[in-house]
Design a protein around this ligand. Structure first.
Ligand code: ADP
Length: 480
């Protein structure tokens, strides 16, 4: 089975968010299942290819915005998984990621590459991801290219609404699209809507989110379109890459405590601590590094994530921090985004520098040290399509305290391997935190059992890849 995975970011060549991680690990797991999977991404100026050698495999020419454009196609292999990656190069549109032209142009490039058989390889399925490639299904229909499509929605709140002009640039008459009447009137096209309507199958990154997006509360205005697609929407929980995590653990963690599985690798020479000892040592290391008090008896509670007040729950987190007795806790915050919210958190840490450490940066080493050294991770997201933070935290034996939504609902069992709170309020978050810390302080046996249950969870990509494989098979054989 041949699958082309179309995506706009790919770690370690370019990573902007969680999708970069997915693009690194998910195709690798599919390759292990015997699928001939290849990735296509834009060849941005900032792409970091490292030592990977690129080979030019072809050129494709087509019209965009009434001008003849050329795209060079290069092949490199992913440095970890060795999955083939096609880089498509065009200085005007693909050098810098700019909505809407980059993604419209990128989608058209993909379709023209397949139409012109530039790769001498034809995918059975094009697996599109988010708005950046969600015009591919429509363009395939328009250009009469017969390839099945699957669109994965990683986050419904990013839809890509723009002027209808882009359709003209692509050479598509607005009347030929299934865009909605009011969109024709307002001269707007919504990339994700087009993807949902024209793709053969739509998936989301957790079963709970697949149900939630059919409701007004979570549907971001697309619930009716999504309801029309019912029976062709599936939720498959994302995974995390355990091999990659082990590698990061070895590199970033001062006192490694995860079991190392590699054979003759020299990393095996590292002293490996029990999780209890490792956590205690890493906690002291982190407290020192971040200027907190070195004290094993104070709970170290962390937050890692984008500072997005619409999604990540930083409003209720901030409200809770303003209310509780901060001297009983240590909090570490790692994330960046909305400057107004950064300022509000910074203000709190100015008054309580020994109790709140704010780090408004993107720092993978520190993130890993926080996962390893914290007792708890807070994930108060208002909505969370899947969420990787809770899975990574559990992998490290750090119990998540999370709002019960989307992938958090699917991956955390309240009181078993973490804590869930129902209402999206600062009070509910506070109650859940207090319950968790109560167990940590007064019921060591239960805490230990919970940590061990969390560490036993299987969030490997192999499980999700298996579910995707059976969906791909049904799609190809028309048995959906
Ligand atoms: P989203 O994709 O919505 O940002 P996820 O939970 O799916 O959220 O993935 C977030 C990923 O980004 C995790 O791997 C997390 O460790 C990482 N991350 C988020 N913020 C930072 C940061 N400031 N520094 C380092 N890693 C971060």
């Amino acid at each position: 089975m041949n699958v082309l995975f179309a995506v706009w970011e790919l770690d370690p060549f370019i990573k902007v968010g969680g999708l970069g991680d997915v693009a690194r690990s998910f195709p690798a797991a599919l390759k292990e299942k015997g699928i001939d999977i290849r990735i296509v991404i834009p060849y941005y100026k900032v792409l970091k290819l490292g030592k990977q050698k690129k080979i030019k495999v072809g050129k494709v020419k087509f019209f965009y915005d009434k001008r003849r454009e050329e795209v060079d196609v290069y092949l490199v292999y992913h440095p970890i998984s060795k999955v083939p990656v096609y880089l498509v190069k065009n200085k005007t549109y693909l050098g810098l990621a700019k909505f809407p032209d980059t993604y419209a142009f990128f989608s058209l490039t993909i379709v023209e590459i397949i139409r012109g058989n530039i790769l001498y390889w034809k995918p059975d399925i094009i697996h599109c991801n988010d708005l950046h490639t969600s015009l591919v299904p429509l363009l395939l229909h328009e250009r009469k290219v017969n390839v099945k499509t699957l669109l994965t929605i990683h986050n419904l709140s990013y839809q890509g609404e723009t002027s209808i002009e882009v359709l003209e640039k692509l050479g598509i008459a607005a009347s030929r699209c299934k865009i909605l009447h009011w969109e024709i009137k307002s001269k707007k096209v919504n990339f994700l809507t087009e993807g949902i309507i024209h793709a053969d199958v739509v998936t989301t990154v957790s079963p709970a989110y697949a149900r939630e997006i059919l409701t007004e509360e979570y549907g971001c205005g697309l619930e009716e379109i999504l309801q029309g697609k019912e029976g062709r929407i599936f939720g498959i929980l994302n995974g995390i890459d355990n091999n990659w995590r082990h590698l990061m653990h070895n590199r970033a963690i001062k006192y490694p405590y995860l079991t190392l599985r590699t054979g003759s690798n020299k990393d095996n020479m590292l002293k490996v601590y029990s999780w209890e000892e490792g956590k205690r040592l890493n906690k002291a290391f982190l407290q020192k590094k971040l200027g907190l008090k070195i004290n094993p008896y104070i709970p170290l509670v962390s937050f890692i994530g984008r500072f997005d007040p619409q999604q990540k729950g930083i409003d209720i987190l901030h409200k809770m921090l303003r209310r509780i007795n901060l001297e009983k806790y240590e909090f570490t915050i790692l994330g960046s985004g909305d400057p107004k919210w950064e300022e509000r958190f910074a203000w709190l840490s100015k008054f309580y520098p020994k109790n709140i450490s704010c780090n408004f940066v993107f720092d993978e080493v520190l993130a890993n040290q926080i996962y390893a050294g914290s007792d708890f991770i807070l994930i108060p997201s208002k909505f969370e399509p899947c969420g990787l933070i809770q899975m990574i935290a559990m992998f490290f034996g750090t119990l998540p305290i999370a709002h019960v939504t989307g992938g958090l609902r699917d991956s955390i069992k309240d009181g078993v391997n973490g804590f869930l709170f129902d209402k999206y309020t600062s009070k509910a978050l506070e109650n859940s935190l207090k319950k968790a810390v109560g167990i940590w302080l007064h019921d060591g046996k239960r805490y230990k059992t919970m940590v061990e249950k969390a560490m036993e969870m299987d969030f490997s990509w192999g499980r999700s890849a298996g579910e995707y494989l059976s969906l791909y098979e049904k799609l190809i054989h028309g048995s959906l």
